[in-house]
Design a protein around this ligand. Sequence first.
Ligand code: NAD
Length: 314
Amino acid sequence: MLKIKKVAVVGTGVIGIGWIIRFLAHNKIVYAYDKNLKQKKILIDEIKRALPYVKKLFNKKKINLNNLKFFLSLEEAVKDADFIQECAPENYNLKTVLMREISKRCKKNVLISSSSSGLLPSKIFSKCKNIQRGIIGHPFNPVYLLPLVEIVPGKKTSKKSLKIANKFYKSISMNPIVLKKELPGYLSDRLQEALWREALHIINDGYATTEDLDRAIEDGPGLRYSLMGTFLTFHLAGGKAGMKHMLEQFGPTLKLPWTKLKAPKLSKKLSERLISGTKKQAKGKSINQLSNIRDEYLVNLQLFRKKYENKIRK
Ligand SMILES: NC(=O)c1ccc[n+]([C@@H]2O[C@H](COP(=O)([O-])OP(=O)(O)OC[C@H]3O[C@@H](n4cnc5c(N)ncnc54)[C@H](O)[C@@H]3O)[C@@H](O)[C@H]2O)c1
């Protein structure tokens, strides 16, 4: 495998910044590109805010911020990179054109990974030069703390590209899942989206507030989810007979109208309920204040979880 030392990040919004922080924490030289110069200040401020949490999680004394270069030219950012992480807005046309432009300007064998949340790689990379190097590397926010990355191949992605991406992401302290083939929404967002759709229906129909629904996750399933996913959790819900009894007991509820799944219309009234509901939940705390609370929690949770994670997975 080519040594990956220099990484280009294309698009420096929420996710691009997250990747940049993770790459810097793992001693990479980072070439960042955004169309919008305003992002540079946001990027620097966010790095400063997140640095203490990243240092603690990865047990680092110092992170060299001189390894970061910001460009307003795509060509300058990608031409010398050993790996490219694309983080531009979620839009088929935009990403398809961007991938073509990146692939024309970067070295011909470097991997191009898209952070897309659910678009099909075969479409995004359809105009990419050397299409076999195009993959999805879908992370989770905050990227500098959460280890999951879904690696999704398109129809023309080579096995070699998947292998390189898997090895590279592991080298920056991530736990990749390599999907067998592409599907819309991949794995995790498909699950999240189902939860989100049901939550929107419940709010829309006036049964609960955004705070009630958040509590319904935070104080119950959410506490378990950081250790066990749906299947292992339900295995334990079946008593001594495990999943077998769980299916006998709860199998029939699959036929009851517990879920709607087709999303409701995102009307003005529904949007207003979501915006005012979450504003109320924030109790005057800014996004930065909430991010600090979340980051401190996620660092401590992961340090704590290591011991239990090993017991479950090994
Ligand atoms: N926000 C999340 O929780 C999340 C999680 C995982 C994956 N993603 C995915 O990451 C990608 C980026 O999402 P985000 O939330 O960071 O969006 P964002 O809106 O915060 O940032 C997008 C950035 O891209 C820049 N941009 C716009 N056009 C560009 C172009 N042609 N070339 C380069 N940069 C351009 C914008 O100036 C902006 O800084 C999307 O594909 C999204 O689906 C988002």
